[in-house]
Write a protein that binds this ligand. Structure first.
Ligand SMILES: O=C[C@H](O)[C@H](O)[C@H](O)COP(=O)(O)O
Length: 233
């Protein structure tokens, strides 16, 4: 059997892509799960099943993928709406609040996803948690000159901050905006709405990965009887 996590990601990606309608403007999220949605949107365009789509990307990665699959692109400067956005998440709580930013793309994602008429989140079953912060650190995008004072403030809020370091790159991860990412461990995020605003009020913070009250639909990939299935919540 193929890797079950890959199978779940493919299946939710396909299910989300199937919800895109012709003549619509589509927010294209970032990450390994959304990558399948972008691929399937491209395949539907190619087969003629879907027509007249414009994509608005949330990262360099999404842009490269959209071009690979020949999805016409535009930007927020030009389009007047986003009909549907599809994006992944690192954690999803029972209220459909999210932690995002595992790929350091949460700032552009929050702009595009929160503008969408319908925001669909695509995850595998392992991303569902009772409380945000249980398994994943909270990413915070910070202007480079402010990293040290921002980390001090995050400690005062009860967090344990850590500067995200690159893999196959010496030094820290640099975002698409040229900033750095601080990952913060909170013992428990009891009030995500307040924490989202409090962190964003720290001077030097551009955006954090808490997405509160933005999600319309979550498509969850699961494996049942060795087969991938999609559940909607
Ligand atoms: O910055 C990255 C994004 O928020 C991703 O959507 C998130 O990390 C989920 O990615 P994946 O589908 O690869 O687990």
């Amino acid at each position: 059997m193929s890797d079950p996590v890959v199978m779940m990601k493919q299946e939710v990606g396909k299910a989300a892509a199937a919800r895109v309608k012709s003549d619509s403007i589509v927010g294209l999220g970032t990450g390994s799960t959304t990558a399948y949605a972008i691929q399937y949107i491209g395949e539907r365009l190619q087969s003629g099943d879907l027509k007249n789509i414009i994509g608005v990307t949330t990262s360099f990665q999404a842009e490269v993928l959209a071009r690979k699959y020949n999805i016409p692109l535009s930007t927020l400067d030009v389009v007047d709406r986003i009909d549907i956005a599809i994006d992944g998440a690192d954690e999803v709580d029972p209220q459909k609040n999210l932690i995002k930013g595992g790929g350091a793309a949460h700032t552009q994602e929050k702009i595009v996803d929160s503008l969408a008429e319908q925001f669909i989140v695509v995850v595998d079953g392992g991303k569902l948690v009772d409380k945000l912060g249980s398994t994943f650190l909270l990413p915070v995008e910070v202007i480079p000159k402010a990293v040290v004072p921002v980390m001090r403030k995050l400690e005062q809020l009860g967090g344990k901050p850590d500067l995200r370091m690159g893999v196959k790159k010496a030094g820290p991860v640099v975002t698409d905006q040229g900033n750095l990412v601080v990952d913060v461990k909170f013992d428990s995020i009891d009030d995500p709405a307040t924490l989202e605003k409090t962190i964003n009020n720290i001077p030097g913070v551009l955006e954090n990965g808490l997405f509160v009250g933005v999600t319309d639909v979550v498509l969850v990939g699961e494996i049942i009887d060795n087969k991938p299935v999609v559940r909607e919540i």
